[in-house]
Design a protein around this ligand. Structure first.
Ligand SMILES: O=C(O)CCC(=O)C(=O)O
Ligand SMILES: [Fe+2]
Length: 293
């Protein structure tokens, strides 16, 4: 669990120096979380120093967890979530943040078909540069990917519709389905899927469609060893299983975001890992290419 809620003099200076160099708030927060800081505390500390104020004193984790006020969950209630062509069974629910593990989101055949269609289109994954909103290749994300525009063809349209029904958002609010492949050693270090409200690059990403509100991540294969999806602040680790999915929500109508949804893909120790990711926006995203977290 990431639980540091005190800033040493060294960390204080590190933040001030990096802010002065023009580093983005989000990038510093993610680095601090990787070093074991509590995500809510790291956000508050970096933002205070960016404003030239004193960082907050340590506060109990419970009080910090209430700083983000979630809207009512978008994800439907119940043991089973029906969609037009498939009933999806809920295996686990976390209340705050809203997280769910879902069984049989895709059939085995659908998983195989997505891998088959993606295998020869893979490119090294990029991440949004928090300063200018452009895409960059970073070491923290050693995977390859490709994507399918919304409603690209009948097969993709059927999946887009099922996923949108499950996520309780209009199909057009979704970014195109993102396919990711990790080989042995491949990982995606802990990050947030939302665009950090303080980062200059976020504005460019949010012009069309607004903020991201939720993520659905579907495993397309069984991973021999490693490759779990981890929420380090929550101490939650979801182990990949073919056709199963993880869902989570992280922004509200007031524009707040929930740093408790820090998450990552742990290194694949044996075998390989294939997933697809769907990100939903606040408003229509049209049929444009997807942004990246
Ligand atoms: O590989 C994983 O389990 C996490 C992937 C992820 O966080 C993302 O694609 O945004
Ligand atoms: Fe992510």
């Amino acid at each position: 669990m990431a639980t540091h809620t005190q800033l040493t003099a060294q960390w204080h200076d590190w933040i001030v120096e990096n802010l002065a160099r023009g580093c983005a708030v989000q990038a510093l927060v993610e680095d601090m979380c990787r070093s074991g800081f509590d995500a809510t505390f790291a956000h508050a500390a970096v933002e205070a120093l960016a404003r030239g104020e004193q960082p907050p004193a340590a506060t109990p984790l419970k009080a910090q967890a209430t700083a983000y006020v979630a809207d009512a969950p978008r994800l439907p209630a119940g043991n089973v979530i029906p969609t037009h062509d498939r009933d999806v069974r809920v295996l686990l629910r976390v209340a705050a943040p809203t997280i769910a593990v879902l069984d049989q989101m895709l059939s085995d055949e659908e998983c195989d078909e997505l891998i088959r269609r993606s295998a020869d289109k893979l490119q090294r994954s990029t991440t949004v540069d928090p300063v200018n909103g452009g895409y960059e290749v970073i070491a923290a994300r050693s995977s390859e990917g490709t994507f399918f525009p919304v409603n690209a063809d009948d097969f993709i349209a059927r999946l887009d519709r099922r996923i949108a029904e499950l996520m309780n958002c209009p199909v057009e609010n979704g970014e195109g389905l993102q396919v990711l492949h990790y080989g042995e050693g491949g990982e995606y270090q802990p990050h947030f899927d939302y665009f950090s409200p303080g980062d200059p690059g976020s504005e460019a990403q949010m012009v069309v469609g607004g903020q991201r509100v939720s993520t659905l991540l579907i495993y397309l294969n069984d991973v021999a060893q490693g490759g779990a999806t981890v929420f380090p602040t929550l101490g939650l680790r979801v182990l990949p299983k073919k056709g199963m999915a993880v869902y989570f929500e992280y922004s509200n109508r007031a524009g707040q975001v929930d740093p408790l949804t820090l998450h990552g893909g742990e290194p694949v120790e044996k075998g390989e890992k294939w997933i697809i990711t769907k990100w939903m926006r606040q408003r229509s995203y049209g049929l444009a290419a997807p942004a990246e977290p």
